[in-house]
Design a protein around this ligand. Structure first.
Ligand code: CU
Length: 384
């Protein structure tokens, strides 16, 4: 409501200013000053130099941005295919930069050179086939090359060999959390449907499906280094997007269908934490947090916990009010640690059974003790 009022006030202010300028224009009618609407040579000179000013602004801002925010871009990729994504991205950047540098200089220089001058007439220039061929063929060839390389990289990355030895993991998106399901020993996920969602079975896994018997549901995912992980994404409610920036992986999660992405992690979490750039980044974040903590403590708050790096699965589609907080930790282990983690997990069937088994009533007799009583009673009757 407040923002609506602010917008109305701003619109009214703009209308008022516009009316004021009209009144000012009316007061100038009949004055001696030059009220001609035709630009003079002086006006055109000013516009010409302003073109150069704008050109300088574009380049200075670009160079500043490169140095100020350049280090914030994603660094070393943590997946086998990540290098290809980065390569494609870097080639695109370089091409854009070259084209932008040349075209902007030409655009602004010509705007200056051919600015309006008294008695100067525009040249009528019908066409020039040679020029047009040059500026059509060069972009066409460059773009075709870029698109072909992009398609090659895309097919390479997205191809999932069904016969390859992978680990199948389901990523389940819902407002506003992620849940993962590891396919277990058979490496096949049991069927699932929203109708089966009940109690601890939050993913709606069909418990009668033989493939579902060893499925493991977790809220913090472990995966091994050096093995391809085949992710199958589902969504319960709206469009989400599974985004794992360090693995250069992103895929939409669409209600009613399963989408897929596969990649091989090449650094364990602890190895990635030890990369020099990451050590520096974490130190920097912690310095900022320590500074902030001083302010917080002064205001009666608590000290911020130090930050440690972890791979995260984020949501990259604005899916609702708490979208920003939709994340799940992914821990890349060594194959041995992964096996140990897998052993510790309780599968979904066991969890469901434990949650549906009736709780023992206090004072009630167990079936064994009842049986024992029966035996005593029977022997008593026999003695009679
Ligand atoms: Cu989301």
């Amino acid at each position: 409501m407040t923002s609506l009022l602010v917008i109305i006030v701003l619109v009214l202010l703009a209308v008022a200013l516009w009316q004021l300028t009209k009144i000012f224009d009316l007061t100038q009618v009949g004055c001696d000053s030059d009220s001609s609407q035709v630009a003079s040579d002086d006006d055109n000179d000013v516009q010409g130099y302003l073109m150069f000013g704008f050109l300088a602004f574009i380049y200075i801002f670009s160079i500043y941005g490169l140095f100020a925010w350049g280090p914030l871009v994603l660094h070393t990729p943590a997946s086998a295919h990540g290098g290809q994504v980065d390569n494609l991205m870097n080639i695109t950047w370089v091409l854009i930069f070259i084209v932008q540098a040349i075209t902007q200089v030409l655009l602004h220089y010509f705007a200056f050179k051919y600015r309006g001058k008294k008695d100067q007439k525009a040249l009528y220039f019908a066409d020039n086939n040679k020029l047009e061929a040059i500026w059509s063929v060069i972009p066409a060839v460059v773009l075709a090359g870029l698109i072909l390389y992009g398609l090659y990289a895309w097919t390479n990355i997205m191809f999932i060999d069904e016969d390859e030895d992978t680990i199948v993991v389901e990523l389940y998106a819902q407002q506003f959390k992620w849940t993962a399901r590891v396919a277990g020993e058979d490496n096949v996920l049991g069927k699932a449907n929203v109708r089966y969602i009940e109690g601890v079975n939050v993913l709606g896994v069909d418990m009668s499906d033989p493939y579902a018997q060893d499925d493991i549901v977790v809220s913090e995912l472990h995966i091994p280094k050096g093995k391809k992980i085949h992710f199958k994404m589902r969504s319960q409610d709206v469009l989400h997007s599974a985004y794992m920036p360090y693995f250069r992986a992103q895929m939409n999660c669409v209600p009613g269908m399963v989408t897929e992405f596969a990649f091989e992690p090449i650094y364990t979490t602890s190895e990635y934490r030890e990369l020099p750039y990451m050590i520096e980044k974490v130190a920097n974040i912690n310095a900022i947090r320590a500074k902030k903590s001083i302010d917080l403590v002064a205001k009666g708050g608590t000290v911020l916990d130090p930050y440690t790096f972890d791979y995260l699965l984020l949501c990259n589609k604005i899916c609702g009010a708490s979208h920003y907080n939709m994340q799940m930790k992914i821990i890349v282990d060594t194959p041995e640690d992964y096996k140990a983690w897998l052993k510790e997990q309780t599968n979904l069937v066991t969890q469901v059974k434990a949650s549906t088994a009736p709780a023992p009533v206090e004072g009630a007799m167990s079936t064994d003790s009842l049986k024992a009583k029966d035996t005593v009673a029977v022997s008593k009757i026999a003695m009679k």
